[in-house]
Design a protein around this ligand. Structure first.
Ligand code: ZN
Length: 504
């Protein structure tokens, strides 16, 4: 490329290296660091964050962007160069709009709030958290006002996690999804139907080393590349990439419950394979060699965990292997009973434990409350009542305590407002992309049933992974499927799958 573009790349590469160092220290903090290292690690991370932020928000970045823009003017929208300049310009505008004292205030509030929240949850004492929560939402509203929006302040927040998406779009998608989903969950959880599924076989002693060995064999078969990745143990499972050739995932093991490690590893491998699948050309450019949005990222983890990993076809191939690893626990179980057990639907109170049928209801409730909280339409003292009323309406039960209700998630205390919606969008996108994948490559379901996963994985590589952050989720989804994000394909998937399991 020309001189100006190269100068921009060199400048941004330094920033990316600072970010990579932070990411690696963050990974180490969760995987290896002794507890005593917390204070010095926080200091190191804060220095790196400041250096990266100062360099990125400097006038030099703007000048280099302007020069490069003039130079690449004739290149097509899809070119790597035009995409880099476009995406980085958006990042730059976002990061320079918020005054540093507002950023500092948010950081002060959220670091205080996480301790207050953890205590409040432990003691089931919402009142002790409410004042802090109000302050965080006030400051977050200020941030939204600085970022700017055309319709609703929530747009500005959502845009940080799902670039280009507006709250009204999400609201429209959720409004179409809510009633059919409430109806489906009510039908499934009707007592005589619920009794059709027993998952006690999953709650038995399962040797942790054998769990790990089995789950690793599954994600190796999926195509997670251990030459360019690794798996470790952490309290909260996550995926982290430093480039497409170094991607780390983590797992949490329970000695008497099979699901968290097994399906958790499939989930994180889905995130990891997305990062490993970014093309070398895009990965070579700074700041765009990663997944494009939280929603698209979650579509990849959910697809491998649920659409593949909880399908009957997959287990027709995998169950004999699981039986060989755990003959006492599952040696005698038949495919049908096992398949039902791993797909049990429950009206549980906790989002992170929710199955794929109820999950999006947990999300809609949070999204609706967040929009009202950001708009100043909610009395924070009455938030638990608002939570519980919606929970009752959507899931037919009321949380017995606030710890099992409004206090359960860390997100609000961490200032992650505008984030929840992306989980539900991920579920929907997974079904929408998968539907197109099997139109393009009809052998995918039978290949999965034969333990052959590269038909699906290479389709994902070509259509989604390779592009990194070049396109927004909406652009990507329209390129692949010819339409924007829809809830109907996820609903069809749920109705067909659970209709069969629960005899609807
Ligand atoms: Zn995830």
């Amino acid at each position: 490329m020309g001189k100006s573009f190269d100068a921009l790349v060199a400048h941004l590469r330094d920033i990316e290296h600072l970010n990579t160092a932070q990411a690696l220290l963050g990974w180490d903090q969760q995987v290896l660091m002794p507890a005593g290292g917390a204070e010095s690690r926080a200091a190191t991370l804060s220095t790196l964050a400041r250096m990266s932020h100062e360099k990125f928000t400097s006038a030099e970045t703007e000048r280099l962007l302007d020069d490069a823009t003039a130079e690449i003017n004739d290149l097509p929208y899809e070119s790597h160069e035009a995409s880099l300049v476009r995406v980085v310009r958006q990042d730059y505008e976002q990061q320079t709009k918020i005054p540093s004292e507002v950023v500092a205030e948010q950081s002060r509030l959220t670091s205080l709030a996480q301790g207050v929240w953890a205590n409040a949850r432990a003691k089931n004492d919402y009142a002790s958290f409410a004042p802090m929560l109000r302050q965080i939402f006030d400051n977050t509203r200020r941030i939204a006002d600085y970022l700017g929006y055309s319709e609703h302040p929530y747009d500005a927040l959502l845009n940080m996690f799902e670039r280009g998406m507006r709250a009204s779009q999400v609201k429209q998608i959720f409004d179409a999804h809510r009633q059919p989903l409430v109806k489906l969950v009510a039908a499934i959880t009707e007592p005589t139907r619920a009794a059709r599924v027993d998952d006690s076989l999953l709650h038995q002693p399962y040797d942790v080393d054998k769990q790990r060995e089995f789950a690793l064999s599954i994600i190796r078969a999926f195509g997670f590349d251990f030459n360019r990745g690794r798996q470790d143990v952490s309290v909260h499972p996550f995926a982290q990439s430093f480039s497409n050739s170094d991607v780390r995932i983590t797992t949490r093991f329970y000695p008497d419950f099979l699901n968290p490690a097994l399906f958790g590893m499939m989930h994180e491998a889905g995130h990891g394979m997305y990062e490993q699948g970014v093309s070398d050309e895009v990965d070579a450019l700074p700041l765009i060699g990663e997944g494009t949005s939280l929603g698209v990222h979650e579509s990849q983890s959910r697809m491998w965990e649920n659409i593949v990993g909880r399908s009957k076809g997959f287990w027709s191939w995998a169950l004999p292997q699981l039986q060989a690893a755990f003959p006492q626990q599952v040696g005698k179980v038949d495919l049908d009973s096992f398949y039902k057990a791993i797909n049990k639907v429950q009206r549980s109170f906790i989002r992170v434990e929710a199955d794929e049928a109820t999950y999006n209801l947990h999300i809609m409730l949070r999204f609706e409350l967040e929009m009202d909280m950001v708009a100043g339409k909610i009395d924070f003292d009455k938030l638990p009542q608002a939570w519980n009323e919606r929970f009752e309406a959507y899931l037919g039960v009321t949380p017995p305590t606030n710890a099992l209700g409004v206090l359960q998630d860390i997100h609000w205390s961490a200032g992650l407002i505008g984030y929840f919606a992306t989980y539900a969008l991920g579920n929907m996108l997974a079904a929408q992309y998968y539907r197109k994948a099997i139109v393009d490559r009809p052998s995918i379901p039978s290949d999965i049933a034969n333990g052959k996963f590269d038909t699906l994985r290479t389709w994902l590589n070509e259509n989604i992974h390779q592009h990194g952050r070049k396109f927004t989720s909406d652009e990507l989804t329209r390129r692949i499927t010819g339409e924007g994000i829809q809830s109907k394909y996820y609903m069809q998937y749920l109705e067909q799958k659970y209709g069969e399991i629960y005899g609807l």
